[in-house]
Design a protein around this ligand. Structure first.
Ligand SMILES: Cc1ncc(COP(=O)(O)O)c(C=O)c1O
Length: 417
């Protein structure tokens, strides 16, 4: 994470001491850098240059209103996967006509709301969804702009849980069925074909699968042209990886230069849906060591953040760097498993890390900006951590720590038992 530096013996995010943040807001807490978000977004706009295109931030990666507000102010468009995300974007100042709607299970109510607002495009993922969307649009006397999310059957070489572009995955329409379904869509009076879409997976560290998918989509676009179906935009989804440890994800300008070269001759507009690469390395999870349990076989450090705060290690065996917030070079290091208070063996944040630890030390789990807080739960009746935004030497509470009252809101005791 670029915005993290050591000043004296303390870690800073931009010009803000993380120990100071922990003192002020407590732990566990999520902390994000505004500069890092802005820079990663600009890496896309710079690489796009004056080529016609849209950078649609994938809201699922981090949907805090203030983060969406920053991106909306920068001019970002948005990729959503639910009606809830739609409302968040609007609340944060995003415009409906800058929203594209992805996801395999859009409900009728979500379609109605999106059509009423006039979103830019639905990324349709099945024939059955198209039947429903067409009926909803007809009933409302609206036109639904669509692209079909095509499954190009390429191996993204990423963790199987975040690989989405293979035949065996639930996402999208098999590329071999695409011409037939587009031709049928073209006959539907309330459906307006605008694009072709794919998203082959997340945390990709190699450019080849993206380009293979693109080549397959371009063949499809040519076939559609022969069938007199004109495509205005090509949407390549998100998926560019970030450095958690020693990965070497493709540089965004290299990736986009190759894409533009391939699509420019067809005059296609480019749509992208990046999430992780915008926010992943812009955030960290601050936690404090509660207890040390050195043992014969393993040394455990029990910290106050758990799998309910960050499920990535349990879900994807994810590795994230962990740094002491105050560096004490005098302390002796040991190999620790960093575990949370939840009653599950899978509740760990990191395993086998060489660290000098004592009770009360604070740690920063880096690269926690994407798929961190958004996947947090209340498991074990734990309140979700606050979110804090750092801008230079200032910090802002952008989501409060939940209270017990928040946790039981909507629950009812029985009157007669
Ligand atoms: C349809 C779609 N678009 C975009 C994204 C964002 O991907 P990433 O965060 O890897 O850029 C996802 C995430 O899985 C997705 O499912």
């Amino acid at each position: 994470m670029q915005e993290i530096t050591q000043q004296g013996n303390e870690l800073y995010l931009e010009n803000t001491s993380l120990n100071g943040i922990a003192n002020q807001y407590g732990t566990p807490s999520y902390v994000y850098s505004k500069a890092a978000i802005t820079d990663s977004y600009h890496a896309y706009t710079k690489a796009l240059g004056d080529y016609p295109g849209k950078i649609c931030y994938a809201v699922k990666a981090n949907s805090n209103l203030a983060i969406l507000q920053i991106l909306a102010a920068l001019g970002a468009h948005f990729d959503i996967v639910s009606g809830g995300e739609l409302e968040r974007v609007l609340r944060a100042g995003g415009a409906a006509n800058q929203i594209i709607f992805s996801g395999v299970g859009k409900s009728k109510a979500e379609m109605e709301r999106a059509l009423e607002l006039g979103i830019a495009c639905f990324n349709v993922e099945s024939e059955a969804e198209l039947v429903t969307l067409s009926a909803v649009a007809e009933k409302m006397n609206k036109q639904a702009n669509i692209s079909l999310r095509v499954n190009p059957d390429v191996d993204a070489n990423t963790h199987p849980y975040i690989s989405t572009g293979l035949k065996e995955n639930k996402f999208g329409i098999a590329i071999d069925d695409a011409v037939r379904i587009y031709s049928w869509a073209n006959t539907l009076p309330n459906i307006n074909i605008v694009g072709v879409d794919c998203h082959i997976g997340s945390q990709l560290t190699d450019i080849t699968p993206f380009l293979d998918a693109l080549d397959r989509l371009l063949i499809l676009i040519d076939q559609l042209q022969e069938a007199e179906i004109t495509i205005q935009h090509i949407d390549l989804g998100g998926g560019i990886g970030v450095v958690y440890r020693d990965e070497t994800p493709p540089a965004i300008d290299t990736y986009l230069a190759k894409v533009k070269e391939k699509i420019a001759p067809r005059g296609l507009e480019l749509v992208l849906e990046p999430g992780r690469s915008i926010v992943g390395n812009a955030g960290l999870l601050l936690t404090e060591v509660m207890y040390l349990k050195p043992g014969e076989h393993k040394n455990f450090a029990v910290v106050d953040a758990a799998m309910n705060d960050n499920i990535r290690p349990a879900l994807y065996q994810a590795w994230q760097d962990l740094k002491p917030v105050v560096v004490d070079s005098e302390e002796q290091t040991l190999t620790w498993d960093i575990v949370g208070p939840i009653c599950e063996t899978s509740d760990f944040l990191a395993k086998e890390r060489e660290l000098a630890l004592k009770q009360g030390d604070r740690l920063a789990l880096l690269s926690s900006g994407a798929y961190g807080f958004v996947m947090a739960s209340n498991y074990n009746t734990r309140n979700r951590a606050p979110e804090i935004l750092v801008d230079g030497d200032k910090s802002y509470l952008i989501r409060e720590r939940e209270s017990f009252a928040d946790l039981i809101r909507g629950e009812h005791l029985l009157e007669n038992i």
